[in-house]
Design a protein around this ligand. Structure first.
Ligand code: AMP
Ligand code: TRP
Length: 333
């Protein structure tokens, strides 16, 4: 059975993009796989995080994914920094990955922006840590949004080079599980940028903890155009904001964008937006309530994460020891 691993950064409250692009697929994979889900706090600090904000966001992320349906009893939910094998394996991968590979990473280019010299070294080697997250468990199936495709390819390049250099088929090939309809949910303010929990404008995203009033208000104010919805998807190509809202509706109702257009063609956003807002609010209402309930007891939440980390470490440690031996590092014990 393929082992599943996925991670999410505690760099804010998870968004509808995180839910449709990633978390919802994590939930679905639980039935037929052994899964590890990780709140990647070490990835989050590649850009500045206020320490108390980081603690809060780590708990909130864990509570949110449980509220979405992740079962920490049957599977493993933990925070990355609690399992040292991630950072230790990442160092070895820093020595396997080539600068030329990292220089091609578009997420680094986006996140470092114009002042690349001022970006942290951690942001640059971020994909090596991500490869270590996955490969420390010999996981082979990784549910992520479309923006992570390039990082998964890099992880495979690292695994292949490691296997080649050390002469053993040790790390397996990783497959990304990317959803078809909701791989990339875009900002409500700009249909060409992805919806992100780190966007300075709260109006650009739906947070999983938004109440019905703010959902309705954000969707009412979402950027659109005056034309009614067309009959074919091709006609939406030059209308990224409209395309995005149709995509969200399709993903939430588990329909195709074509189905949505069949239903709403000819109608304006005055009709479509309230229908969409209702759909979003319906989906998020129970998630929000359960997140708030779990957040009320941080002692239990922290204990649960630590217990998850102990189970994760029991899988990762032997794999790390074997990696170290292959590299030629003397055993520590
Ligand atoms: P991050 O928020 O960058 O930690 O991403 C966590 C997971 O959510 C990853 O699998 C991403 O690919 C996915 N994700 C993040 N933002 C979006 C988005 N706007 N649309 C679809 N998937 C997303
Ligand atoms: N880089 C991912 C993101 O920003 C988060 C992540 C870190 C991840 N490690 C991972 C996702 C391992 C999948 C597997 O979205």
């Amino acid at each position: 059975m393929a082992r599943v691993f996925s991670g999410i950064q505690p760099s804010g409250v998870p968004t509808l993009g995180n839910y449709l692009g990633a978390i919802r697929n994590w939930v679905a994979l639980q039935d037929a796989h052994d899964c590890l889900f990780c709140v990647v706090d070490l990835h989050a600090i590649t850009v500045w995080q206020d320490p108390s904000g980081l603690r809060q966001a780590t708990r909130e992320m864990a509570a949110s994914v449980m509220a979405c349906g992740i079962d920490p009893a049957r599977h493993i939910l933990f925070h990355q920094s609690a399992v040292p094998a991630h950072a230790e394996l990442a160092w070895i991968f820093n020595c396997v990955a080539r600068l030329g590979w990292l220089n091609r990473m578009t997420q680094f280019k986006d996140k470092s922006g114009k002042d690349r010299e001022a970006a942290s070294a951690g942001l640059y080697v971020y994909p090596n840590l991500m490869a270590a997250d996955i490969l420390a468990y010999h996981a082979t199936l990784v549910p992520v949004g479309d923006d992570q495709r390039q990082h998964i390819e890099l992880a495979n390049d690292i695994a292949q080079k490691f296997n080649h250099d050390y002469g053993r088929e040790f790390f397996p090939l990783i497959e990304a599980a990317i959803p078809v309809t909701s791989a990339r949910v875009m900002s409500l303010r700009d249909g060409t940028r992805k919806m992100s929990k780190s966007d300075p404008s709260d109006q650009s995203r739906i947070n999983l903890t938004d109440d019905t009033d703010s959902i309705v208000q954000k969707i009412r104010k979402a950027k659109t155009d005056p034309a009614p919805l067309p009959e074919t998807l091709a006609e939406l190509e030059a209308r990224p904001e409209a395309r995005n809202l149709v995509g969200i509706y399709a993903a939430l109702t588990e329909a195709t964008p074509e189905d949505v257009l069949r239903r709403f063609a000819g109608q304006g956003f005055g009709q479509f937006k309230p229908a969409l807002a209702e759909c979003v609010a319906e989906t998020l209402r129970p998630i929000r309530a359960e997140t708030l309930r779990l957040m009320a007891d941080t002692t239990a939440l922290d204990a649960g994460l630590r217990a998850g980390a102990a189970r994760a470490a029991a899988i990762a440690e032997p794999i790390l020891r074997e990696t170290q031996a292959l590299v030629g590092l003397l055993p520590a014990r």
